[in-house]
Ligand binder design. Sequence first.
Ligand SMILES: Nc1ncnc2c1ncn2[C@@H]1O[C@H](COP(=O)(O)OP(=O)(O)OP(=O)(O)O)[C@@H](O)[C@H]1O
Ligand SMILES: [Mg+2]
Length: 309
Amino acid sequence: MSCIYPIGGGKGGIGKSFIAANLGVLLAKQGNQVVLVDLDLGGANLHTFTGMTNVKTGMEAFLDKSVKNLKEVVVPTNIHNLSIISSVNCSMEIANLSAAQKNKVINALVKLPYEYVLLDLGAGTNYNTLDFFLSSYEGIIALTPEPTSVENAFKFIKALYFRKVKQVLGQNDFKLYSQQVEMNSNALEVTSQVIDTVLEKDPEKGEILLQELQKFKFKFIINQFRKTVGTKLGEKIEKVCNKHFYSEFQFLGNVCYDERVHDSIFSKNIFVNKYSYSVSAIDLSHIVIKLQGNRESSSPHTLGRYERL
Ligand SMILES: Nc1ncnc2c1ncn2[C@@H]1O[C@H](COP(=O)(O)OP(=O)(O)OP(=O)(O)O)[C@@H](O)[C@H]1O
Ligand SMILES: [Mg+2]
């Protein structure tokens, strides 16, 4: 069964594509069949992180129905065991997917014959991005230690939760319950208040909602970490999230800031290959060990299971 990891986060430029590409390479180097999928349809650049310049086919051919099967647009990279579905040739029109197209992509992703499928998502909290993220129980949230990024990560988690609660309850029920709590507050507690209200007013529905939320095992990575920042930031965020939300949150680790990331992109070399002994590359390899540890101890139920939205 494939393991699907969407990589998202509210903010732009935090390193989602960098993390996706480099984790992909490390997993591939261990002998796993890995495919990277660029789902940042309006700002695709995952191909550049893997050193590719001329990508002939990709997501656009699947979306405009030139090919039937998503498998047909998978392109090998020059790294053994690592392939990519690029979105570099997607037009602006294609980038704004309809709900039907989004579901088509999600349903096709689960059928890809790879051990690991890594989804590189765009910034922001638009519905397509949230739905791509929520279509696996094992999403990875990227952030940097800056307060603005931490704030956006919380906003992203809140948006994910509201989207999921809305999906499970249906539009009308959601409105009813959400009106009963302080919707104008930005506090994290609001999210759990909606769920608590459902549990109280309609225990049967509340139970279904709770069970659905408890299937999620969100993970997060602090990228561009600098020694000057409190080293316990990740643990603190993990604690806050586990307290306020009904899903499990796991801090996977910090990835140090390294000037050479910039150089590796310019020279079209993948960072973990060119600077394999750097602190940041070692940080990333520790994250891979954690992910693989999770995989061994997880039930098949939670491993990248996709469902129709
Ligand atoms: N650990 C790091 N150390 C130093 N620089 C980094 C690191 N991670 C990412 N960067 C820099 O940050 C830039 C943004 O990274 P990246 O493109 O992966 O972010 P993103 O979240 O995918 O952005 P977008 O939202 O635009 O897709 C990169 O060009 C790279 O130079
Ligand atoms: Mg990106």
